[in-house]
Structures are given as C-alpha cells and as structure tokens.
Design a protein around this ligand. Sequence first.
Ligand SMILES: [Zn+2]
Ligand SMILES: [Zn+2]
Length: 424
Amino acid sequence: MFAQIRVIQHFMDEIQSQKIFACDVWHLNIENFVQSIQIYFVKNQMLKQCFQRSNLAKRKINRKNEQKLMFQDLIINCPNQEHDNNVKLICFDKSCKTNRLYCMQCNREGMHCSHPQYQYELPILLEHIEKAYQECDHFVNRIKQIIDLVYQSFNQLIGGIREKFQRSKEQFLNLNSKQMNSFFEQVILFKSFEAKIETQITESSQNFQYQLKYLYQDLNISQLNYCQISNSDIQKSQEICQKGYELWLNDNDYLEAIKNFDQALIWNPKNQSALQKKAYCLRLLKQYKEAIQWADKALDIDPKHEDTMKGKGISLFMLEEYKEAIIWIDKALEINPNNKLSLYYKADCLRLLKQYKEAIIQADKALEIDPQYQLALYCKGQCLQTLNQYAEALIFYEKYLKIDPNDQYAKIRKNQCLEALEIK
Ligand SMILES: [Zn+2]
Ligand SMILES: [Zn+2]
C-alpha cells in the first residue's frame, strides 16, 4: 500500500510539473479530483497505466494531445452526495435548476429528461471552460477599451480648458493687444464655465459609479461558493510566490520564477504579489506585450501599485508607444513624484516625441534627486544637442563620461558637439 501511495504521489507530481491544473476550475475541483483519482487508481489497479500516461506526457507530445488525454481521465464525483458514481454527463440548458454535472444514476432518475437536446458528455466540459475563459478575457478587454475612450475624451476636455483659460504671464505678454483683449474676456467668464463643467462631470460620474456598483452587486460574488478561497490556499499561494521571488532575486532565473508565480496563482488567483512579480519578470525577459497584460491584471486588483504602473509605462516605452507610456508613468509619479527612474522615462518619452524642452524639465527633476544619474545626464545631453545648444550638451556628456569614461556612444556625441562648436 505504501508503495502505491508513493506511485500516486509521483503521478500527482507529474501532473503538477506538466502544469495541467492551468485553470481555476481545476483548482476548484482539486480536492475532489485528488480523492477520486486515488480511489480510482487504487480500486482499479491501474497504476501501471497511469505511469504509462504520465510518461507519455513527459515526452512532450504536443499540448493539445496532452489535454485530450487528461479529458479522458477526468474524474469528478457526482455533486449529489448520495450517489457514488462519477460524473458522466453535463447539461447546458440555461433554465435548468438541478445539478448540471451528473452521473448515470441521476440520468436513470430522470433528471434533465425534459431537455435532452442540451445534454453532452463530460469531455466537452473543459473545452467549454477554456473557451469561456478566453471569451471573458476578450470581454474585459473590450469594456476596458470603452473606458479608455472615456479617459481620452476627458483628457481632450482638460487640454481644451487649459488651452482656453491658461496663459503664463510671459505667454500673455507675448500676445498682441487684440489677442490679450480676447483672452482676458474669456478669463473673466472662467468662473461660470468652471461651475457648469464641474456640476456636469460630478453628476455624470456619480451616475456612472452608481451603475457600476449596481452591476457589481448583480454579480452576487459573495453568494458563490467557489469565490471563497480558504486561508490555507492563500497561505500556500504566498509560500510558492515567495519561492519564485527567491529564484528571481538569488538566481536571476526569471522563467522558473514565473512558473512559481503561475502555481501561486492557481492556489489564489487574486495573489497580487504573484501578478505584479510575474509582470515584472516578463518585462525583464523583454516580453513586453505579455508584461503589460499581466500588469493590467495586477492593477485590476491593486490599481495604485506604483511599481506596476511604472513597469507598464516602461514596457510601453520599449514598444515605442511613448504617449501611452507617459500616461502610466504619470500615474506612478502621482504616487511617488521623486522616483528618478520614472522621471527619466518620462523625459526620454518626451525626447522621442520631440518635446525637447519638456524632456529637459523632467531630466532636471531626476538630476535634482541624483546629480550623477547617468540615464538623465545622457538624455539631457541629447535634448540639448538636438536643440543645437552644443556647449550646454557638452557639459552633460562630460559629466556622464566622468562616471563612465569608456562609453563609446557618449564619446561620439561629445565629439559631435565639439565639431559643431568649432564650425560655429
Ligand atoms: Zn448522480
Ligand atoms: Zn438540465
């Protein structure tokens, strides 16, 4: 018996190492599944076969075949506790009120007999669950895009308000008298605009928030038995996540770290630390699109996580989406205005958007925090050089080269400035 348990243990390890528990449903049924698989294999003395199957999986036959194999092995106890049998059929009828997963005994007792056209065999289940998982992802992305559009319109409105009512003293003095007159007239009217816009925005945003809350309540999350994660699952998830973090920190093994984060998320899909760290590792692996997807998932749970917002900004920067990168870096800067890395990335985004003066302002902020900050020194040098301010650019390249005398790019740029100054 002891040997058999070891064999089962081995089999379970195999399954886990193949990451077959890749979706929440598996997680929900994991205890049932483990129990029934043990009973099944011990009772039927099919240990040999199970070994052959796990070995087959080991040979890395393509994933689809692997899944098919597991569908055949899928064993779930009938939800009717009085039945000893395993589930064989599932019911897809939307208005059905009894257990949708059911055994042959249920079938004999006449359940679902009023709607035979909606009955399917069990192997369809996982396919359907997987499809639903993807559809849910697509749906969430679609509604997120709708909100992004709202945000875009809002930004446009803010831009318009500033354009209409805001001039610095210097800018004002640069206008001709006719323009001054017309601008001043608008400024006088500002108060009435202010009140009108603020009332409308407050009203519609309250309405919208109310609707969202209503929709959330409609989801009835607290009533669903599978949404409650046990404390032991949370604990286990944290332990696995920590293991992944150590692999990342101590060995720089991002791939193995990500495997651990994935495991942690099976135990607790809301483990925000695992989501954040997975996003971070994906970025370190230069998988920027995936990094953004996982950062989004992490931000769904903790929308104010500075590091994740900054990370998303950097990934967007790497994908050359500079405008959107600035949006996310700004959000990170709202929480931590003194993060020099955020300031540098904002500066470099602006530089690449050819907004050199604004870029210099951001680089200066980073240099205020750390005067030796190489990324900001170089970025400021590049901006000044592009603005043909060669003597000033030279100062920053020289500061940079003082720290890193062998940097070929900085040397080339320094020489370009020197040449330009000589020609002058
Ligand atoms: Zn049954
Ligand atoms: Zn039914």
